[in-house]
Design a binder for this molecule. Structure first.
Ligand code: SAH
Length: 216
């Protein structure tokens, strides 16, 4: 996938707008400045890839809005070499961000077509290094790879899945949108301060596609 001059110009403008808000980690914005978002979209939408909007992908899902990616990635405070679990691979865009931030990425998707396509997209872009893909129900996490320093859910859950709390390391951080389907969710940041202690912060309202049960 070529990264046309036009795309690069549009992407720079988008990142400059996000930077001007002074809310997001510079490391996150620098990484987003290097990822061709148009390569994760259907060609119908590639024209608009650098608008600050979510777009439909296969299986009735969406690629998150750039503001949301910047916000969630900043909230996660991922450090290089940390193990990070993402629930909801979708297009693979967020997984690329986590990987370029230096994370050892484990990403889970419940829709087979998305799981396959995201792998292919990231491979073509040579952004798949250090990313492991799983086709399974994210409610259960990935127990055999636990504990994780960071966990990011990119779908809105009715409640926090207990397995995700269990699979967090001590000092680890879980960022997850929680709230009723088809309404706004609260973006939560949950820090595991001790074996049985969790600190919970509300970061603000957001809107995500629903976190579902089981494989699709
Ligand atoms: N991070 C994605 C955004 C994907 S939208 C990106 O960068 O493009 C949320 C994704 O979560 C959807 O693909 C949806 O299928 C997936 N999802 C929802 N519930 C899930 C579950 N229980 N296990 C795994 N994936 C799930």
């Amino acid at each position: 996938m070529e990264d046309a001059f036009r795309h690069r110009g549009q992407r720079k403008r988008l990142i400059d707008q996000l930077r001007a808000r002074e809310e997001f980690d510079d490391r996150v914005l620098n990484v987003m400045a290097n990822i061709p978002r148009h390569a994760f979209l259907e060609s119908t939408f590639s024209e608009w890839a650098y608008r600050d909007e979510p777009f439909p992908i296969d299986c009735d899902q969406t690629i998150s809005q750039p503001t949301t990616v910047a916000w969630q990635s900043t909230a996660l405070q991922l450090l290089p070499r940390q193990k990070v679990l993402e629930i909801g691979t979708g297009s693979g865009y967020q997984a690329a961000v986590l990987s370029l931030l230096g994370g050892r990425v484990f990403t889970v998707e419940r829709h087979k077509p998305l799981y396959k396509k995201a792998r292919l997209t990231l491979k073509k872009l040579r952004l798949d290094r250090g990313i492991r893909f799983f086709l399974r129900d994210g409610n259960k996490g990935v127990p055999e790879m636990a504990p994780f320093d960071r966990i990011l859910a990119t779908a809105g859950a009715a409640d926090v899945p207990p397995a995700l709390l269990e699979q967090l390391s001590i000092g680890g951080i879980l960022v997850i949108p929680v709230g009723p389907e088809d309404e706004h969710q609260q973006l939560l940041r949950i820090t595991r301060t001790a074996e049985k202690d969790f600190d919970r912060e509300e970061l603000g309202l957001c809107r995500f596609v629903p976190f579902r049960e089981g494989l699709a």
